[in-house]
Design a protein around this ligand. Structure first.
Ligand SMILES: [Zn+2]
Length: 386
């Protein structure tokens, strides 16, 4: 029988200072689920003796427990598994859009314990930080407090000299904002910030459809077009936080213009506003065009087909460039992949390298709550320094 975990001398809600081996073991259990000691030692390339020290520390912090013997399928003694918990730590995730704040508190395994969303009171940095503080207090009321927080937003986030800075967030009108440091002052716990699509990609890579993959790509479709890449097990950020910008890739030189004057680029076809614009009918909104396409309105069907073709070219381009094991498509404009799947598949086939492996696509329904959860995963990953 496993003994109950010792309670850490520090506050049980705070994150302990773990060494590399301890963080590595914890990550293996988080991403791949319960497993025997021998398996973790093999994955980390450390001896059973070293692993004993590692697990003892994790058990003392309440982060890992032993138990629930696994039948090994033979007559031998079943091996005990290491599990996550019962740790008592929770993590706050906040996703900022141009006009709304989405928040979630999760446990260490990224299960949402409570969530909330509300309109942004203001776009002022100080006001947003204060609002995040109020939302935290509301969410953790009567519960355990949080160990760390993550904030996701559209825009570029770079880390220089140990400081995370939002270099530009067009939706909020921010430039050079040290959001993580400001939020840390307000919340009193470690805070990380990240581009929202990259954050979602990282969450899918640890706790979603990409769990355990060394390479994956994620495309979000909707108001804008976003990209997230995992290569060799790492989320790619690029030298200046701008990696994966394919939203102005040329598609059709006879196509419409985007706002930068490119003729027939991805942004001229694929965003929700481009689909609405293709209708050439004033007063329509995106939901109406979706409804029209569902009832086989020819102009709406064509707008979605053209958008889906651009999406297919993007998928093929990512597949040709990075050879990902999986490509995930999601976002508030995900209807394009459902309404015009044939056009998307045709574009993938036409643009995929002749010797490429067929693409494994995962088309996911979109929920804003998922982005707040992804921001909580950012907090978890930051605690694990990953
Ligand atoms: Zn363009």
């Amino acid at each position: 029988m496993a003994s109950p975990p010792a309670v850490s001398a520090a506050s049980p809600t705070s994150w302990p200072d773990l060494n590399g081996g301890e963080r590595g073991a914890l990550r293996e259990l988080l991403v791949h689920g319960p497993m025997p000691r021998a398996e973790i030692a093999r994955r980390l390339g450390i001896s059973r003796t070293s692993l004993t020290r590692v697990t003892r520390e994790l058990v003392e912090h309440g982060l890992v427990s032993e138990g629930a013997a696994e039948s090994n399928g033979s007559a031998g003694r079943p091996g005990e598994l290491l599990h996550i918990g019962p740790h008592g730590r929770s993590f706050l995730g906040v996703n900022l859009t141009s006009d709304r704040l989405f928040a979630a508190v999760t446990d260490l395994e990224a299960r949402v314990l409570v969530s909330h969303d509300e309109p942004l009171d203001s776009e002022g940095v100080g006001d947003v930080v204060a609002q995040i503080g109020r939302v935290r207090e509301r969410l953790v009321e009567g519960r355990t407090d949080i160990a760390a927080a993550g904030i996701a937003l559209a825009g570029d986030v770079v880390t220089a000299a140990g400081r995370q800075v939002v270099t530009e967030s067009p939706f909020l009108g921010w430039r050079q904002v040290a959001l993580a440091a400001l939020a840390e002052q307000r919340l009193g716990v470690p805070v990380a910030t990240e581009n929202d699509v990259r954050c979602l990609t990282a969450a899918e890579h640890w706790f979603g459809v990409g769990a355990g993959f060394e390479s994956m790509a994620l495309i979000t479709v909707g108001v804008g077009i976003g990209f997230g890449l995992v290569v060799d097990g790492k989320v790619v950020t690029g030298g200046r936080g701008k990696a994966g910008r394919l939203d102005h890739l040329p598609i059709d030189r006879d196509g419409p213009l985007c706002e930068y004057g490119h003729r027939g680029c991805v942004t001229a076809f694929l965003p929700n506003s481009a689909i609405v614009g293709a209708m050439r009918t004033p007063g329509l909104d995106y939901e109406t065009v979706v409804d029209l396409a569902r009832t086989d309105d020819p102009a709406a069907v064509r707008a979605f087909r053209d958008a889906a073709y651009a999406l297919g070219v993007l998928v093929a381009t990512l597949a040709n460039t990075f050879d990902p094991e999986k490509i995930v498509i999601t976002g508030e404009g995900i209807a394009v992949a459902e309404l015009a799947r044939t056009a998307m598949d045709a574009a993938i086939t036409a643009n995929l390298h002749p010797t490429a492996t067929p693409v494994t696509l995962d088309i996911q329904p979109f929920e804003f709550a998922e982005w707040a959860r992804a921001a909580a995963v950012l907090a978890i990953r930051t605690c694990l320094r990953f």
